[in-house]
Design a protein around this ligand. Structure first.
Ligand code: UT7
Length: 326
């Protein structure tokens, strides 16, 4: 049976940089607090007219060029986001039009920060079933437009960006070895955006009450994330019969340096085997893992036959892992 294999990646982040010092001027925070509590130094922010599909397009074009393929040969476009251009149509369809990927089916995936790994599990199932042969999977977010820039609890955390991957069927044993996805809707209120859906349709009230912004119970989310991710990564390796010493690189969701260090330490991994780029981008939700994967590849940190473990955690609550042999 064929397995799914990432044959190329691409990523894009908006040019505008917002530093911690810039944030000191708009909310009651300090560069020191942000670095100590999160590890973030700066983040990229979209311009007024820049949309999620624009970012997704730029990351996708790079992935398509690096794969040396034509966009018309793509069978399916999956786009993980919760900050799409519009509630309808799917941003994946807008991306399909921009890429002129005429043969592709396209839909969005809503799993917040775990969206790229949820997408990988969907791609894996389609490829194993033989339904599709070539899939473009993208994680893209413009979180800045759904961030309350008066709320220091959240505005220091997020950034905008996109990461893309071309996935194909592989007959060898290099590719996606396993992917695990999980959720717990009982904890939905830890991280959510209350306004704009059928529960609280857009109105003057939702607007006046800032209900279109991301809300997070940071500390509870943090504690749940640490507990959950520690078990997730251990389970992923146990299931594959791989010892953590055989792992070449851990690519975690880039939410908080302290969460990343706790996960690495549970595996007994030296931080040199952990991809960290949240210092430059902050938490870009569904874009975080594919941007980190793309940068790790570009920096030459992944070689053929390396074991690479990806993990993510986010709104839903959702969490997921993927183990690959590169
Ligand atoms: O990507 C999806 C999943 N998301 C995550 O995994 C994020 C998880 N959460 C976190 O990363 C952390 O909880 C935060 C970085 C959001 C917060 O760090 P914390 O160590 O959990 O801090 P805290 O929320 O317990 O707040 C500690 C103090 C509070 O003040 P008091 O009550 O002790 O006086 C906050 O009001 O820090 C205060 N605080 C700030 N101070 C300066 C909160 N935000 C800020 C800020 N600047 N930006």
């Amino acid at each position: 049976m064929p397995i799914a294999k990432i044959i190329s990646t691409g990523s894009y982040a908006p040019e505008k940089v917002v530093t911690n010092h810039d944030l000191e001027k708009i909310v009651d925070t300090t560069d020191k607090w942000i670095i100590e509590r999160t590890g973030i130094n700066e983040r990229r922010i979209a311009t007024e007219g820049e949309t999620t599909s624009d970012l997704a397009y730029k990351a996708s074009v790079t992935a398509i060029e690096r794969a040396g393929i034509n966009a018309e040969s793509i069978d399916l476009i999956l786009l993980a986001t919760f900050t799409g251009d519009m509630p309808m149509p799917a941003t994946a369809c807008l991306l399909q039009s921009m890429l002129k990927a005429k043969s592709a089916a396209a839909f969005d995936i809503s799993a917040a920060c775990s969206g790229f790994l949820y997408g990988l599990s969907i791609a894996d199932a389609y490829i194993r079933a033989g339904t599709f042969k070539r899939i473009l999977l993208v994680g893209a977010e413009v979180l800045s437009k759904f961030t309350d820039w008066r709320d220091r609890n959240t505005c220091v955390l997020f950034g905008d960006g996109a990461g893309a991957a071309i996935i194909e069927a592989s007959d060898g044993d290099n590719g996606l070895l396993s992917v695990d996805i999980h959720s717990n809707g009982d904890m939905a209120s830890l991280l959510y955006m209350p306004g704009g859906g059928s529960k609280n349709p857009p109105s003057r009230e939702t607007n006046d009450n800032s209900m279109h912004y991301i809300k997070m119970k940071g500390n509870e989310t943090f504690r749940f994330a640490v507990r959950t991710l520690e078990k997730l990564v251990v389970d992923a390796l146990d299931k594959a019969g791989i010892d953590s010493s055989e792992l070449s690189l851990l690519i975690p969701h880039q939410a908080n340096m302290r969460i990343i260090s706790a996960t690495a330490s549970r595996l007994g991994l030296d931080m040199s085997k952990v991809m960290v780029n949240l210092t430059k981008y902050g938490n870009t939700s569904a874009a975080s893992v594919p941007i980190a994967l793309d940068e790790a590849l570009m920096e030459g940190r992944i070689k053929d036959n390396d074991y690479v473990l990806l993990e993510a955690f986010g709104g839903g609550i959702t969490w997921a892992s993927a183990l690959m042999k590169w």
